[in-house]
Structures are given as structure tokens and as C-alpha cells.
Design a binder for this molecule. Structure first.
Ligand code: SIN
Length: 521
């Protein structure tokens, strides 16, 4: 099946849906493609803490400085300034006034601002601890209202480029450009050829490459890997941010325990009940930047060989709403694991949370490849530098979606359809071999352990060298297998994961200096 669109958006989180809405309202033929059954199955949906948006009582300079400080001087300064200047206002204009997102309010009916680590003021809007879920659902409803086409259960396999795929030899001598996407229909197993004049990657992060993560299982960095194979520039890949607090429970998959708990007073304690952040960050203590807090927890765990540390909220809570309402999702989830956060401390471990690197883009979301854009976590705008400040990611995704959609509509250019005609359909391998799904499970576990142990919170050159060698071995095996396999979502994700793991490890080996969330011992 062959179809042509003006714009293909891969991914249905805050950035993908926002870009699609703006493009659709400008009259473009846009499609959103997601590999999931549910449109809302995104990392956006899991975001708890909130989104920065304060009109009064905050300033451009304070926000800029907080982001730069957390980012360890690795940030792109004009990108940070753009976000600090335009971001908060756009939350009001677009999310609140247009899309109708209602954030939590105080008893007096004012917007309730929460605090998170390394922020110099309370500037984070939230909806209880379900901010992402609230935003995602409102965006989906708006997309449906204006008729944005959304294809679920289509897994992107590869970007189509003139140089890699055209049957016309002359294309080899032209500038490389992206012309669409090969995408697998998960249900039928058919690979569709989707052409478009522009492709926007909004595919999210890579958390699932690690043994412990706050991300959803399909956060495998598909867009990153596709862009890499197509030849786009990738930067800052060594900067993988670990969230200090995810729920530790033997029967429940790691679950984010929002930083806003510490913003509302919660404190970290070790197995003897002693507060320990004072020993690692005497001034900011529990509200020190994430990289500092994650390493402190990791070291405390190492000292006594503990599997987890504890977070106490009940005795210290300072929020205006009742604790069970303010943190309704966390309360509900912990209770399933037998922990009542209004009475007991929460067992926590750090977990891979956010990828600060990605496909290098400019202030308009343009990658180094013609017609290819990237927004949200898959992109690297330079805003986050070496370590992201809490609650900047939804904002960055939202804002760069706008910049990218504006750029596409302003400079609308079309690829001649005769050039699309020279692109062949997807070729299946001649000999397809059946595979044992257990082998895939084993490969996944091996990648996740390798990344957790050698490319995690505290890294060493030796460990990274070991990771590189192990990943080369896994890659060899996975690529060989990929060439003869009948394509399905799992195999595509595994191939992407091993490529991305190598991108991260190679970047970490190249950068021998510790900075932000890349910490070399
Ligand atoms: C959190 O709620 O702690 C996560 C917020 C973020 O990662 O920005």
C-alpha cells in the first residue's frame, strides 16, 4: 500500500499531537503514526510533575539561569532563552485557552504552582500528579475534533531517503533528503510505503534500554535509530538522565515517584532512618539537581549493599491539597504494593528517565537532513545541556512542535511525485526464518543489564569499554537475525535498541570529562 501526505508525524505524545494540530489547522494533509494500540500510550502520559508556566512572580532571567545551571554549561544558550521567553506564555495560549487543559487550583481558585529540584521559585503547573495524562487526553480529543488522521499500530521501520532507496541513479548525486517512511502494519505484517514532503520525529526517549526506568516499555528510541541510519547528526548522547526516585517493589514495574514530593517537603532517608542529602548537597539537600541526588542515593545503597532507599512524605508534607489528592496516582499505585504514603516511607531507586541528547535540531526543529525534523525527547535542541531541569521537557516538546509546524507551513515545499514513483516498495528477505521469542527476551535483558551496569549513573572507562565490546557482539547477532526475520514490532524495537545503546556508549567513551548526568569515576 502506498500513500502520500504533506507531513508524517511519528509519535503521539505532547510534541507530535501539538505539531499535528497546528499543521492540520493550517490546511495540511498530516498523519500521526504510532506503534501503540492506544494513542495515549506515551511517555507524556506518564509525566507527573508538571509544566513550567508562570505569568507573575517569575522572570525570564531566573528561568534561563536555572536551566543553564542544571545543564552544567552544556546548553545551547539561544535555545534556552527562546524557551524561557516564549514557553510559559504558549502554555496559556495553547494548552489552557485553546485545548482546554485545566490545571490544579488552590482553595482560592488560583493556579497551584509546585516546586521541584533546582528551581529558584515555585513555577510548575500540575494537575494532581497526573499532569501528562491530563494534557495527553485533551490533545487527543482536540485532534479528533478537528479530524487529524491518527494511525495506530503502525511501527516505523526506516526513513525513506532518495540516496538509500530510489531506483533513479541520479538521486545519488543530489543532496540527501527524507521522502517518507516505511511502516509496518503490526496486525497484517505488511510494510506500507508512506511518502511525505516532511517527516517529523516525535518518537520519545530511550528509557527501556536500561534495567530500571520510569519510561513505558516501548521507549526504545526508534526515531533516534532511524535518523542515525539515515545519516542525521546525533549529539549529546552520553547525557542520560536518571530520576532519583522510582517505586521499588518486587511485583510492580518501576513507577515514577515525582520530584514534586520533595518539592512539597519529602525527604530521603537511608535504611537506618537517617537523612543523608545533607552530606552530598549541604545547601539544597533533597532539592539538589537530579544528577546529584541520583548519585547520592546510588552511593548510599552501595555503602550498605541496599537494594533501595526510602522517601518520607507524610511527616513533612507542606502542600495545600490533602496528600492523597495531591498525589492521587502515586498514592493509588503504592497502595497496590502495600505502601500507604500517608503513613509510611516509600522504597525508591533511581531509574533511567530522560534522554538529554538526540537528533540535533535548530531553533526551528530542523535536523541536518533535508525534510527531517525532530521534536520532544528524540531531539536535541540544546535546551537541556548535560542535565535537564525538572518540568522543562513537556514545555520544550510543546514549544518546538509549534516552531517546527510554523517552519513547515511558512516554507511549504513539495517533492515532485515523479520522484516518489521511483521509490520501490519494501522488499521482504528471500528466506524467512522462524525465531524463538525467548532469544529476543534474552537479548533485551542483556542490553538492559549492560547499559545499567556500565553506562548508568556512575560510569568508568573500563566499564564503558566492556559495554562497547558486549554491544558489538549483540549487534552482530541481532543484525544477522533481523535480515532473515519476518518483521514485527519487537524485532524492529530490538534492532533500534542495540543501535541506540551503542550510540550512547560511544558518546560516553568519547567524552572523558564528567558533566551533569554523564559521570565518570
Ligand atoms: C517528576 O515529576 O519528577 C518528573 C518531572 C520531570 O521529569 O520533568
Amino acid at each position: 500500500m502506498r500513500r502520500t501526505f504533506d507531513v508524517i508525524v511519528l509519535g503521539s505524545g505532547i510534541s507530535g499531537l501539538t505539531a499535528a494540530i497546528i499543521l492540520r489547522e493550517k490546511g495540511l494533509n498530516v498523519v500521526v503514526v504510532t506503534k501503540e494500540k492506544e494513542i495515549a500510550e506515551t511517555n507524556t502520559n506518564r509525566a507527573q510533575g508538571g509544566i513550567i508556566a508562570k505569568k507573575n512572580g517569575d522572570s525570564f532571567a531566573d528561568l534561563r539561569d536555572d536551566i543553564l545551571k542544571a545543564g552544567g554549561g552544556y546548553n545551547r544558550i539561544d535555545a534556552v532563552e527562546l524557551l524561557a521567553e516564549k514557553g510559559p506564555g504558549f502554555v496559556f495560549d495553547f494548552l489552557i485557552d485553546k485545548i482546554g487543559v485545566d490545571f490544579s487550583k488552590t482553595a482560592g481558585g488560583e493556579l497551584d504552582y509546585t516546586e521541584e529540584a533546582a528551581h529558584s521559585t515555585r513555577r510548575v503547573l500540575h494537575y494532581e500528579d497526573r499532569t501528562g495524562d491530563k494534557i495527553e487526553r485533551k490533545l487527543i480529543a482536540y485532534c479528533q475534533k478537528i479530524g487529524v488522521e491518527i494511525l495506530t499500530e503502525f511501527t516505523a521501520v526506516d526513513l525513506i531517503t532518495n540516496e538509500h532507496h530510489s531506483d533513479d541513479i541520479q538521486e545519488l548525486y543530489e543532496e540527501r533528503e527524507v521522502m517518507g517512511v516505511y511502516a509496518l502494519n503490526n496486525a497484517s505484517g505488511e510494510v506500507f510505503t508512506f511518502f511525505s514532503h516532511h517527516v517529523i520525529l516525535a518518537t520519545g526517549g530511550i528509557g527501556n534500554l536500561y534495567q530500571h526506568t520510569t519510561n513505558l516499555p516501548s521507549a526504545t528510541g526508534d526515531g533516534l535509530s532511524m535518523a542515525y541510519r539515515a545519516g542525521a547528526e546525533i549529539i549529546n548522547a552520553e547525557f542520560v538522565q536518571f530520576h532519583p526516585t522510582s517505586f521499588f517493589h518486587k511485583d510492580i514495574k518501576r513507577f515514577l515517584i515525582s520530584e514534586s514530593l520533595r518539592g512539597e517537603g519529602a525527604r530521603l532517608v537511608n535504611s537506618s532512618g537517617e537523612e543523608f542529602m545533607i552530606n552530598y548537597a549541604p545547601n539544597l539537600k533533597d532539592l539538589a539537581p537530579r544528577d546529584v541526588v541520583s548519585r547520592a542515593i546510588y552511593e548510599e545503597m552501595g555503602k550498605v549493599g541496599a537494594e533501595y532507599m526510602l522517601l518520607e512524605i507524610a511527616p513533612f508534607y507542606q502542600g495545600s491539597e490533602p496528600l492523597k489528592k495531591r498525589f492521587s496516582k502515586i498514592h493509588e499505585t503504592c497502595l497496590k504494593g502495600g505502601i500507604d504514603i500517608s503513613k509510611e516511607a516509600i522504597p525508591i531507586v533511581p531509574a533511567a528517565h530522560y534522554f538529554c541528547g538526540g537528533v540535533k535540531v535548530d531553533l526551528k526543529g530542523r535536523s541536518s537532513l533535508k525534510n527531517l525534523y525532530a521534536i520532544g525527547e528524540v531531539s536535541c535542541t540544546g535546551v537541556h545541556g548535560a542535565n535537564r531541569l525538572a518540568s522543562t521537557s513537556l514545555l520544550e516538546g510543546l514549544l518546538w512542535a509549534k516552531f517546527t509546524a510554523d517552519e513547515i507551513t511558512e516554507k511549504e515545499r513539495k517533492i515532485n511525485k515523479n520522484r516518489f514513483a521511483k521509490i520501490p516498495d519494501w522488499q521482504e528477505p528471500e528466506h524467512i526464518e522462524d525465531f524463538d521469542p525467548l532469544l529476543l527476551v534474552q537479548d533485551w535483558k542483556a542490553i538492559q543489564m549492560t547499559m545499567w551496569n556500565y553506562a548508568g549513573i556512575i560510569r568508568t572507562q573500563k566499564g564503558l569499554m566492556r559495554a562497547k565490546a558486549d554491544l558489538e557482539y549483540y549487534s552482530h547477532r541481532i543484525f544477522k537475525f533481523y535480515k532473515t526475520a519476518r518483521l514485527d514490532k519487537t524485532i524492529i524495537e530490538l534492532r533500534n535498541a542495540v543501535i541506540n545503546a551503542s550510540i550512547i556508549v560511544n558518546a560516553a567513551l568519547r567524552n572523558t570529562k564528567s558533566s551533569g548526568c554523564h559521570f565518570i569515576k
